[in-house]
Write a protein that binds this ligand. Sequence first.
Ligand SMILES: Nc1ncnc2c1ncn2[C@@H]1O[C@H](COP(=O)(O)OP(=O)(O)OP(=O)(O)O)[C@@H](O)[C@H]1O
Ligand SMILES: Cc1ncsc1CCO
Ligand SMILES: [Mg+2]
Length: 269
Amino acid sequence: MSQSPQELLTALRAAPPLVQCITNYVAMNIAANVLLAAGASPAMVSDAEEAGEFARIAGALTVNIGTLSSPFLSGMRAAIEGAQAAGKPWVLDPVACQATALRRRTAADLVALKPTIIRGNASEILSLAGEASQGQGVDGRDSVSLAEDAARWLAVQTGGVVAVTGESDFVTDGTRAARIAGGSPFMPMNTALGCSLTGLCGAYAAVADDPFDATLAALAHFAVAGRRAHEGAQGPGSFAPRFLDALHAVTPEALGAEAEIRALESVGA
Ligand SMILES: Nc1ncnc2c1ncn2[C@@H]1O[C@H](COP(=O)(O)OP(=O)(O)OP(=O)(O)O)[C@@H](O)[C@H]1O
Ligand SMILES: Cc1ncsc1CCO
Ligand SMILES: [Mg+2]
């Protein structure tokens, strides 16, 4: 039985999950505030000496290569090992993985560890699947529709869920797929909202039975809050506080009513 975004937000707010976020320096504060506003409990714990131990007690782990360095990478590996040993879900955000040899290699190594969920922009997902990418650094420059086949392929390779975000979002586990509409054009003008969404995917994965349902709920929560925050915003600056307020104000019932999720035909069903 699948769990709806409404049910999952109810569960999240009833028992805020502890989410270990190994994320970049740009995202640390923003992502923590996004998770708190949505109803989760973030902790930015990344050093290899404690990251594996922490992953065992957290509800989920998220790993983001935005400001990649050797210490970060050691922490990621320790944390992933801890999460897997404890049977906890983990989410990969392959920031700018098309940009340099180090990022391509690191992202491929992390994908080989079979993340429960991968969340990236279209340029990143295309690159992970070995296809040409127009990404410019951390910014996506490809359309989500162009990356849908790459996402399906990647989901089959990993046995996990892949989410491609942009003007409208796409989620697949290789069999099921859905598109999520909403959000705001001010979102890509606010740095690290994608990184924050990766954290929220972890929060929902911690409370959900199925990571596909968790990903849909996280993306729908962002899409609904983004659309609400857009009303009355004058630009990216005034959008930002409205977005945090909206993440907090959205009730499970409103999420159920306002989410625009369109299920696509299952492949091979
Ligand atoms: N043009 C747009 N219109 C509406 N929503 C958008 C648009 N672009 C992005 N979003 C939303 O913004 C959020 C972040 O997605 P995005 O694809 O920008 O992540 P990203 O490129 O990884 O960001 P970052 O690396 O800066 O964290 C998602 O919820 C997505 O749906
Ligand atoms: C701007 C930026 N640079 C490295 S990570 C990051 C945050 C958005 O991905
Ligand atoms: Mg990103």
